[in-house]
Design a protein around this ligand. Structure first.
Ligand code: NAP
Length: 245
């Protein structure tokens, strides 16, 4: 991946942080996008640089169409190319449908699904010009199977799967691979907030009987971003301990 420029959204912590570290380990120059966690994004950059890699932090809420456009224009004018896009930024605002507010529904769709649209919308033309690129969208097992209490989140992730397959079809002839990863339960701050009872009930549904680690997702993303995966497009790779088999 030497000299490849990779934009990883929501890379200040959790899965995105580990994807940034792994792509940098494999030789990419990594743009560590974040929304609010500036110090944590800088920690990711410092960790990469201390290990001999190259990275910069970049603040931008991917739910904002024009700010995302400005970020991508800036990256293209500064670096000349962006070769890998990992749409990882995501949030949850869980509730049963009868209690879910309109605001919580909209916010999750705007960040998780529209965030992917915003980055791809503004980067696709550049990737077409480059005659190549890798787009990896982080979906979820919730988008594959559905999950009680996550109507907004599961809809956003199912939407990402539809977006992925459609982008794969639109961009395949231009040498651009578009795939999704659907993680199961992964140990991050997003799942740390779950009660012990919910965690136990979740593990009971996982054939491998444990939560995944951020490395499980990051290694899959690095593979999809590499030329080893050049004949894979439009796929949803379930990295979920067997939940969605
Ligand atoms: P996390 O620890 O909560 O981290 C979320 C990241 O997204 C943070 O870096 C956050 O940045 C960023 N973010 C949130 N809103 C943003 C916005 N508007 N613009 C840019 N960045 C934004 O979550 P995670 O567990 O690592 O999850 C990462 C992805 O994997 C998400 O898409 C999630 O849905 C998906 N996923 C996770 C699991 C799991 O079990 N953990 C399972 C399936 C799928 P700031 O801190 O700067 O706001």
């Amino acid at each position: 991946m030497d000299k490849k420029v990779a934009l990883v959204t929501g890379a200040s912590r959790g899965i995105g942080r580990q994807i940034a570290l792994t792509l940098a380990r494999d030789g990419a120059f990594v743009v560590v996008n974040y929304n609010g966690s500036e110090a944590r994004a800088q920690e990711v950059v410092d960790t990469i640089v201390n290990a001999g890699g190259e990275a910069v932090a970049y603040q931008c809420s991917v739910s904002d169409y024009s700010k995302t456009e400005a970020m991508i224009k800036d990256l293209i004018s500064t670096y000349g190319h962006v070769d890998i896009l990992v749409n990882n930024a995501g949030i949850t605002k869980d509730n049963l449908i009868m209690k879910m507010s309109e605001e919580d529904f909209d916010k999750v769709i705007e960040t998780n699904l529209k965030g992917c649209f915003n980055t791809i919308r503004h980067l696709a033309r550049q990737m077409v010009k480059q005659r190549g690129g890798k787009i990896i969208n982080i979906a979820s097992v919730s988008g594959v199977l559905g999950n009680a209490g996550q109507a907004n989140y599961a809809a956003s992730k199912a939407g990402i799967i539809g977006l992925t397959k459609t982008m794969a079809r639109e961009l395949a002839s231009r040498g651009i691979n578009v795939n999704a990863i659907a993680p199961g339960f992964v140990r991050t701050e997003m799942t740390e907030v779950l009660s012990d009872a919910v965690k136990e009930a979740s593990v009971a549904q996982i054939p491998l009987k444990k939560f995944g680690e951020v490395e499980d997702i990051a290694e899959t993303a690095a593979f999809l971003a590499s030329d080893k995966a050049k004949y894979i497009t439009g796929q949803v790779i379930n990295v979920d301990g067997g939940m969605a088999m």
